[in-house]
Design a protein around this ligand. Sequence first.
Ligand SMILES: Cc1ncc(COP(=O)(O)O)c(C=O)c1O
Length: 345
Amino acid sequence: MRLDFNENTVGCAPAVVRALRRALERDRLATYPEYETARQKLAGYYGVSPEQLVLTNGTDDAMKVICETFVEPGDVLLVPAPTFPIYQFFHEVAGGRTERVYYDENFRLPLKSILKALKKGVRWVAFANPNNPTGTMVPRRDLRVMLEAAPKTAFVVDEAYHEFSGETVIPWIKKYPNLIVTRTFSKAFGLAALRMGCIITNPETAELMRRGQNPFSANSVALAGAVAAIEHADYTLRFAAEIRAQRSELERWFAGQGIPCVPSRANFILAQFGPNSPEIGRRLRAKQILVRDWNYDPRLRGFLRITVGLGAQMRVLRRELTKLRGLMEIARGRRSKLVAPGERS
Ligand SMILES: Cc1ncc(COP(=O)(O)O)c(C=O)c1O
């Protein structure tokens, strides 16, 4: 079981596979991608106009496009840490410099430090919302405060896990010209292999990005997959609802075992297994269960990040973790400052 990449653990809707088979017909493969129909359909799904949309080769490519369009050497990217590393990667490839602010020990956003840093001039701020690896959300009130405090700074809100949180700031784009949202088909929609994502922002900013973008970065098969995925979105939304239920169950189970975890709004949970966590990760791997070990980050010693799957998959996970209870004694003995599941604000 691959519970280390936050993917969909069972795959996309069967109707999407059928649409992909049709997209593989020889004459369709022979022609370059045509974007207009897909852009219209995706824009309709997100409730924006097609001019507000930039189609990309996944979120990674979206970040590359954002950096290539706006980042000059020496520009500052501000990120809360820990977070998804791709923002910093492309920012630094474009010659920028990264400033980090750290979540507190309860994984709460350090708003004051961010507001202080914004005063010094920041080109862009990147928020994964929910955040990877913590699964936490930026409080909406805080985001508003930041958007208003720094109207010349671009705020990129990466909503890769939106279907599991149920929250979006896409409607705010009308009010905040400095807001850029990204979405992907890699997570809940189960199409990570196709590399399909998009940027949603105001039409002027979107036009600048489209002009600088690789003209054919999203391929026809990915477009066909994305269109079919939104046409059958109910399938994915049912899957996401089931994952949310499994997430609550796993959080309760962790609480019952005395394993502290960060209350999550995504399809993964960051949990504190104590000093034996690398060994726990290795033992799970020996049982064909892959989880992500975060011990390489000094602020996340003892943490494993586990993707939430369907009930049967989570039962296997819990069964194997139960067998490793002896290794978790130390985690259980530790008093954790983490907010207990259910205490989420
Ligand atoms: C916060 C976040 N954004 C984006 C991605 C990747 O998205 P994509 O596959 O669309 O490049 C990930 C993958 O782990 C992620 O955690």
